[in-house]
Write a protein that binds this ligand. Structure first.
Ligand code: GAL
Length: 855
């Protein structure tokens, strides 16, 4: 950041007196209205992008797309567990290169909000805590506990010192303008009473003592002591005020969508409602908004929290999991940010005056002594539009919407009127073939080799694995006498009941999969209950318990158990029930294939893979599969289509793509209206489909030839159906209304630059490398329907198609002005018309060089 400036006053002297430069000290402060950067109050728009959820080669593109979307600030948590995988050993390489990420933000001219935590929640494994922390003697997380406080202070210092050594704080000329300590501690603090309050105050003071020169915030912590700013997180924050009148009103997590769980639906948040919530906050005097998430990305490896958080952390964010612009979300918010910026002067210099302009309509007016004025006209009615009168003019407000008038006169934006295009993104076949699969059956036989140990009774899983693997085997044996009645048909088969504390379980009897059971995120405890095929003599019982991400939220989640803690009981034997809970159990941490490093792309495989016997191996549980493939052409993002598989993990060239699970989504997918209070269950998608079918394969993990894909399948599945697909924009739609003579000065595109009132235009844009190849629908008139199913209405200009084809086909982008002149004549005078278009995007000729560029 530039921290010096030549004051305007001195400018005339500058040429003569070369050194008459006034240095303004780099500083970030705050007052009741806003954060002040180098003495200037700012309305700041921020977005969360978590660096480990993408690859370093994606960072610049993501940040530039965020900048293009009108952001001023990039927000990220710092993820302790990836930086300190074992106590005292640090890792800041690759995806964990925090400094590199922040320097890219700096280079792009944006600021940073660094949320150090170190507790982060974030649907991240163990809420960001390293698992070793649980085993520090005497520790208790997030409370007034010396071992915990020592460790937390140690990591916070480590990060602050790293930032200081790289001059990254704004006070040093760097991009970091804010830092966060702890995360949403308020509810915990109340629960823990004096210990909670003591810890929270300690955390605030510890942070302040680090002398970063920039303010600290605590989100959702109403008692945050001065000078720490307490901030709001939520779907709406207009009811929030800071705990002291001299602090600014800040929203650190405006949830742009929501996360997904395996077995659950996809949650989407309509952009009209997101924009509405942001303006509702700004019109109350809010001055900082951070979208959580702006880019959600991917929970690679075993970083997903849980249990059961999906590998995709797409979040319905303005940039999708793959880093592509999600339209209309990105574009509509971009328009919103431009409009808010037009109001910045009025917002930072005046307080709002609120007046009623109807039963459910209000005007918030910021009018300063210096003569600047901005107004926000709101309609809270969820059903009906409102025609309101403000400053002697009429304005039309759609339901559940707010209009922005940066000069208290002209509307430049309405939260419910989406003028930007909608893009449909699809997975399309790629040129890469995955041929010649080989398999290796995980070895179940070894019960007593060096990798196992035994104990009487059932052990807690994480205590045993220390989370070095998702998998823990519990194995025991049962002797069945030949006189048992069930063997002679006198009784039905015995049944086995296994109580587990989480998260998933496969039961093997004599090496055969007998059944599986799973918990849920809300209910981690579950029971397996099923008939078991025991035989006379010694039977092995193998319980493969699987952790699917450690909890990231909840009171003292570090104490929550995982694994089979019993009872484990066989029912239906002649003796009645046989309780195995205190039997001798053999334990094996992880899979044989994991300890043999079957995923490694280097060197000679330690095992004999079986070739070409897929028919026999296809549906086999506990099987490793591998294949080589060449990278597809082009630069579209890539994914693996895993719908033919069951559950497991997948690696490419030794890098973990993540956990996969073809669990089908349960939910309520009955449509979604943007109007009315949003909650994640309101707008669900994908019911009855696999929650996650596609798994992001970062381009930078591939080489041109001979990439190694390895997967471990727990249940069965057909790997020959797996394919590598490309993600790209296939269809774009736009629907923009003509200028309405009754609404004064609707949508002035070049507002502030020129007094000229432009006609609205339809803008269409394909991805780079693509062109508009056809117009699927075009109608200037009164067309109906939504993107994908538009229909002509009673009014339709017959040349709509030809005009659009002429202007757009063959172009990467085009713009068509909405006016009668453009369409020859007025197709229906005195009717409000709109121009509605659906177009297809395909690879442009210049990108199709080479025979195999199309799959
Ligand atoms: C918040 C939390 C975030 C994230 C979010 C849900 O409460 O601070 O870290 O977990 O919920 O996505």
């Amino acid at each position: 950041m530039e921290c010096y400036s030549i004051s305007r006053f001195l400018l005339p002297f500058f040429l003569a007196v070369t050194f008459a430069v006034q240095f303004i000290h780099c500083s970030v402060t705050y007052d009741r209205k806003a954060i002040l950067i180098n003495g200037q109050r700012r309305i700041l728009i921020s977005g969360s992008i978590h660096y480990p959820r993408s690859t370093p080669d994606m960072w610049e593109d993501l940040i530039m797309k965020a900048k293009d979307g009108g952001l001023d600030v990039i927000d990220t948590y710092v993820f302790w567990n990836v930086h300190e995988p074992s106590q005292g050993n640090y890792n800041f390489e690759g995806r964990y290169d925090l400094v590199r990420f922040l320097k890219i933000v700096q280079k792009s001219g944006l600021y940073v909000h660094l949320r150090i935590g170190p507790y982060v929640c974030a649907e991240w494994n163990f809420g960001g805590f390293p698992v070793w922390l649980k085993y520090v003697p005497g520790i208790s997380f997030r409370t007034d506990n010396e071992p915990f406080k020592n460790a937390m202070q140690g990591f916070t210092e480590k990060i602050v010192n790293l930032m200081k050594s790289e001059n990254l704080f704004e006070s040093q000329g760097g991009p970091i303008i804010l830092s966060q300590i702890e995360n949403e501690y308020g509810a915990q603090s109340k629960l823990f009473g004096a210990a909670g309050r003591g810890y929270m105050t300690w955390a605030a003071n510890m942070a302040i003592s680090m002398g970063t020169g920039v303010p600290w915030v605590m989100c959702k912590e109403d008692d945050a002591p001065d000078p720490v700013i307490n901030t709001c997180n939520g779907f709406y924050c207009d009811a929030f005020s800071p705990n002291r009148p001299y602090k600014p009103t800040m929203w650190t997590e405006a949830w742009s969508g929501w996360f997904t769980e395996f077995g659950g639906p996809i949650h989407q948040r309509p952009v009209q409602d997101l924009a509405f919530s942001v303006v509702k906050f700004i019109q109350k005097g809010g001055s900082f908004v951070n979208y959580y998430m702006y880019h959600g990305g991917t929970n690679f490896g075993r970083t997903a929290g849980g249990p059961f958080i999906t590998t995709s952390y797409d979040y319905d964010a303005p940039l999708d999991e793959y880093g592509l612009i999600r339209q209309p979300k990105h574009g509509h918010l971009k328009e919103l940010h431009k409009s808010i910026k037009l109001c910045e002067k009025a917002l930072v210099s005046a307080d709002p005056t609120i007046t009623s302009i109807g039963g459910m309509q209000q005007a918030h007016v910021f009018s300063s002594e210096s003569g600047v004025c901005a107004a926000f006209l709101s309609n809270y009615d969820t059903q009906s539009s409102a025609r309101v009168m403000f400053n002697n003019m009429h304005y039309n407000l759609p339901p559940w919407s707010i209009s922005i008038l940066p000069d208290c006169r002209n509307v430049v934006f309405n939260t419910a009127k989406v003028g930007v295009q909608t893009s449909t993104m699809e997975m399309q076949p790629s040129s890469s073939e995955l041929y010649s699969w080989e398999t290796f059956k995980e070895d179940l036989s070894a019960m007593d080799d060096s990798s196992t140990f035994s104990s009487f009774g059932l052990l807690e899983q994480i205590n045993v694995t220390r989370d070095t693997s998702d998998y823990l085997w519990y194995k025991t044996s049962v002797d069945i006498g030949s006189s048992e009645s069930f063997l002679r048909g006198g009784k039905e088969l015995p049944s086995l009941i296994v109580q587990s504390t989480g998260h998933a379980l496969h039961v093997f009897i004599n090496g055969q999969l007998s059944g599986s059971a799973f918990g849920t995120r809300e209910n981690r405890r579950f029971a397996f209950s099923g008939k078991v095929n025991l035989r006379a003599g010694t039977n092995t019982i193998g319980l493969l318990s699987i952790a699917v991400g450690l909890p990231n939220v909840g009171g003292h989640f570090e104490t929550w158990n995982t694994g089979v803690l019993g009872p484990v009981v066989v029912h239906g034997l002649d003796q009645g029930k046989l309780d195995l809970s205190w039997a001798k159990w053999n334990y094996q941490v992880g899979l044989k294939g994991e300890s043999m490093n079957l995923i490694s792309p280097d060197g000679i495989s330690p095992v004999e893979w079986m070739q070409g016997s897929l028919i026999a191996q296809q549906q086999q549980p506990l099987t490793w599969h591998k294949v080589h493939f060449d990278a597809p052409d082009g630069d579209e993002p890539l994914a693996l289509d895993m719908k033919s598989m069951g559950k497991g993990q997948v690696w490419i060239n030794g890098q973990s793509i993540g956990r996969y699970w073809t669990a089908y989504a349960n939910g309520n997918c009955n449509g979604c209206s943007y109007a009315g209070t949003f909650r994640p269950t309101k707008c669900e998608l994908g019911c009855g489909q696999p929650t996650q079918r596609w798994y992001h394969v970062p381009r930078s993990w591939l080489k041109a030839k001979q990439n190694l894909l390895v997967l471990f399948e727990e249940l069965g599945g057909d790997p020959t159906q797996i394919s590598l697909v490309k993600r790209s924009v296939t269809n774009i739609c736009a629907d923009v209304a003509e200028y309405h003579p009754m609404i004064k000065n609707w949508h002035i595109e070049s507002y502030g630059k020129s007094e000229e009132i432009r006609r609205p235009r339809v803008h269409l844009k394909c991805s780079p490398g693509q062109n508009i190849t056809s117009i699927k629908f075009a109608s200037y008139g009164t067309p109906l329907g939504t993107c994908g199913s538009f229909q002509q209405g009673t009014c339709h200009a017959p040349n709509s198609y030809s005009i659009l084809e002429k202007k757009c086909v063959g172009q990467q982008r085009c713009a068509v002005t909405i006016s009668n002149d453009n369409f020859g004549h007025d197709p229906c005078p005195n009717v409000l018309k709109h121009l509605t278009v659906e177009a297809t995007c395909s690879l442009s000729a210049s990108s199709t060089i080479g025979p195999s560029s199309r799959g």
